[in-house]
Ligand binder design. Structure first.
Ligand SMILES: NC(=O)c1ccc[n+]([C@@H]2O[C@H](COP(=O)([O-])OP(=O)(O)OC[C@H]3O[C@@H](n4cnc5c(N)ncnc54)[C@H](OP(=O)(O)O)[C@@H]3O)[C@@H](O)[C@H]2O)c1
Length: 357
């Protein structure tokens, strides 16, 4: 059996859907919230796919991951693989203690609780941005190099990788760390879905400009030559399921990214071409900051504000290990060709935003 945490979230629900479609025996750890129990919330998130899924109530910020003793026993007797997708992705948490508990102590407690039973491997959803503010090429075998971080989120994700690897080594559990860049796809209105929804909102805004004010000038601040590090959700879900099952992936760390992602200027050109918008200019924030912004430019800058630091960072994620492992199991590389961008634009314009639960 595979236990997935974070099954009500953006990435977790896509992973569970794939596992269910592949006929795997799946359990989901979820929490009760807003007077709705875990089962009802998983059913709301997954729809029909939740039918055969066993739901276990847990809270990673609580003692022992919040598992009841009988549930813990039940899981220990069955779970061989944990795919850990739960995580609070807010950059600046209101309280630090429950944030660290949920990211670090809870997963370690869950790993230890299941390690005496059938558990063999732990697949850990981290982020490529454990690299913090580093620039240039980042390798998969690099972790704590004393880097600085943009926010508490990046720091705690690296801390979690280290703690879970140590717990796995002590308990004889194979830990595999997955590090996606910024994931895009139809996202619920969760913290993790925010960057994707923002990207889609930006696409919709451009589409609106193209329709109504084709000649409105719009200057954006970014780093035209920096890579636009997004990766499609479908690829992340497929790669996660495949790497969880691949014996050669044991103990590895994998960047789930678009190799040599397009530069911001190229990405914007693809969007402009697809949407037929004109008057758009991407400024280099370092050498040509935006002066005298129009109300529209101010609105767009505000909208992209939380991700400003990421738009200014020039980083390339090397994915040698991921590409080798995924080729072996037949998962195609993630790409951002003109066709892929067209599909993302269509998803933004036509797709519905899944409901949060
Ligand atoms: N989205 C991205 O672009 C991206 C990129 C790289 C890495 N990641 C990583 O991928 C993982 C999933 O992110 P996401 O985008 O799917 O986020 P999300 O949509 O916000 O989902 C987070 C999931 O974690 C669960 N969770 C949070 N705190 C919990 C706790 N204390 N106990 C139990 N469950 C808890 C949430 O449950 P509730 O429904 O109860 O809140 C939800 O199911 C995270 O670890 C994130 O760091 C995300």
């Amino acid at each position: 059996m595979i236990l997935v945490t974070g099954g009500t979230g953006f990435i977790g629900r896509a992973v569970v859907a794939r596992l269910v479609a592949a006929g795997r025996d799946v359990a989901v750890l979820a929490r009760r919230r807003d007077a709705r129990d875990a089962r009802a919330r998983v059913a709301a998130a997954l729809g029909d796919e939740a039918a055969g899924v066993r739901v276990v109530e847990g809270e990673l910020a609580a003692e022992g991951a919040g598992l009841a003793p009988d549930e813990r026993r039940w899981l220990r007797e069955r779970v061989e693989t944990v795919v850990h997708c739960a995580g609070d992705t807010s950059f600046a948490p209101r309280l630090s203690a429950p944030y660290v508990a949920a990211h670090v102590d809870g997963p370690v407690a869950l790993l230890r609780a299941l390690a005496g039973g059938r558990l063999e491997r732990w697949v850990h959803m981290s982020t490529a941005y454990v690299c913090g503010t580093r620039e240039g090429t980042i390798r998969e075998d690099e972790g704590d190099l004393g880097q600085t971080f943009h926010n508490a989120y990046e720091r705690v994700k690296l801390q979690a990788e280290t703690a879970v690897r140590a717990a796995g080594a002590a308990a004889g559990i194979d830990v595999r760390v997955l590090r996606p860049s910024i994931v895009v796809g139809a996202a619920p209105a969760t913290a993790g879905g925010t960057p994707s929804n923002l990207f889609f909102a930006f696409v919709r805004l451009l589409a609106g400009l193209a329709r109504w004010r084709a000649d409105a000038p719009l200057r954006l601040e970014g780093a035209p030559r920096a890579r636009f590090n997004v990766v499609p959700l479908d690829h992340v879900a497929a790669a996660t399921v495949a790497l969880a099952a691949c014996p050669e992936a044991a103990g590895g760390t994998f960047h789930l990214v678009v190799r040599d992602a397009p530069r911001q200027a190229a990405m914007l050109a693809l969007l402009v071409e697809r949407l037929g918008v004109s008057g758009l200019r991407l400024l280099d924030a370092r050498s040509e900051p935006l002066v005298d912004p129009s109300p529209l430019e101010r609105r767009v800058a505000r909208m992209l504000g939380p991700y400003r630091a990421y738009l200014g960072q020039d980083v390339r994620f090397d994915d040698t290990a991921a590409a080798a492992a995924l080729t072996r199991v037949g998962v195609p590389s993630a790409t951002l060709t003109a066709g892929d961008v067209r599909r993302l634009v269509d998803l933004a314009l036509l797709g519905e935003t899944p409901a949060p639960v």
